[in-house]
Design a protein around this ligand. Sequence first.
Ligand SMILES: [Zn+2]
Length: 435
Amino acid sequence: MREHGFKADSLLIKGARVIDPLSRLDAEWDLLLREGRIAELAPKHRIRGAAEETFDARGLVLAPGFIDMHVHLREPGQSQKETIATGTAAAAAGGFTSVCCMPNTSPVIDSQEWVRWLQQPERGARVNVFPIAAATMQSQGEALTDFPALKRAGAVGISDDGRPLLDGKLMRQALQLSSRLKLTVIQHAEDTRMTVSGSMHEGATSFRLGLRGMPGAAESAMVERDVKLAHSSGGHLHIAHLSTADALSFVRRAKRAKARVTCEVTPHHFTLTDQDIGDYDTNCKMNPPLRSAADREAILAGLADGSIDAIATDHAPHAAQEKQMEFERAPFGVTGLETALGLAISELHGKHQVPLIRIVELFTLGPARVLKLNGRGTLVPGNQADLTIFDPKRRWTFEAAASLSKSRNTPFDGWRLTGRLAMTMVSGRIVHYAL
Ligand SMILES: [Zn+2]
């Protein structure tokens, strides 16, 4: 990474195409930063305050800092795969100013102590880290954790991600607490009784490859149950990495019925299908698995029409030797922080005409609303200057070998992408620069 020389307390960013989904702003505006915060935002040449330095951002899009609400930073316990320092460096390189880390670490994040540990400066995070705490003790699905205490320690959501909260009675209690505490419950929606020893989506391709399948119904059945529980309890249910058309239709129906239900999708699910597994490529093995072409079409429609709330990477790093084994034995998961922006612009904007302001919303206001991250995901004067600046037209090649993540398990190595990150700023400080 090349360092940039801005050291001043005030900076004027001039001539960018400023996109702010909250105010529906999409125009060439100027932005003044002072002491780490947004001081002023105005049409071109209309900023009143003075700045010590100026950055010419013509041709670039300036957006609120991107938020990835679903990453696995692997600390504590699995620092051979990733650390908070390397994972957040990869996040900064991908344009993310905030990441929410999942609690399925070793040990599991089920106590106030570990929630606080994740946020300590000694971890060396380059961007904001918002912990998501476990829903049940050790994510065993038996006894709920202390939600109020975890929230006080800084947890922004509750999840047993990696596995589902299978027990309906516990899920109902979790959602009732969610309603009282205004804390979102994030479900990894998989009825694991239907997916035992499955390694890919169940369909024609799994049949051809001779691999045991994971039926789409394992996801949609769990979503169907949970949206009912969310509706009756008043709790906020968020479906992680939604991947099937049927599950999306349950989410749509719940939203129409005014239940508090939201969902996210990953770049790999809107880009690839089960056929991309090709010759048993373990870098296409993740959970939920790559689905059918019809599921992907449904997700693309949901991204465009507003029924999907956020894009989240489910960045799941694994060491090379773990993925270099036969398909059925390899672990689930792919990295994703550095390719999300390029894939969103190439696939959604380039091929499916999704407007840039909608893509920005899926990376900013959408996740901020799901997790109630006040002051994030918008460009409001007074807010922390968390900014993502990118060139929407720049073509580039993603090289996994150059990734800042500790791991390389990506299906997108060598892909030509359109849309490249230029600069990531957290509280007015440049944390990645790639111009
Ligand atoms: Zn998951």
